[in-house]
Design a protein around this ligand. Sequence first.
Ligand SMILES: [Fe+2]
Length: 139
Amino acid sequence: MTEKYPWKKEYDIGIEEINNQHKKMLAIINRLYNESEKPDISKEFISSIITELEEYADYHFSTEEYNFMKYDYKGAKQHILIHRQFKRKISMFKEEFERNNNILNELIDFTKNWLIHHILHEDMKYAPYLKSDNNSENS
Ligand SMILES: [Fe+2]
């Protein structure tokens, strides 16, 4: 089955561990999309995928934030703030969904757009700082 939102080469930030985490986040969003298209939606199941998205986002953000400290990335404060805002937004969506408000499409749209924009415009900014140390050509 082709994925609704496939990972693309342009999302490559040059750090494999983080690329893989971005792929995994997209995979969770694709699963949410696939579930949302089913005629017999299971609210509990979708809720569990949203929880998985929250937990994985936490794990992924921790990886990035740990590396910001490790490499003393100057943009860390601003970037961490954006992570916090995303988490707050998803937990608001989740509450709405559990109150039976039909926000699933909005949630999927927001999450997909946010992730892609975040990769292209925020993660790309730290990539050269986090890469330099791993890259033997630069040392
Ligand atoms: Fe990030």
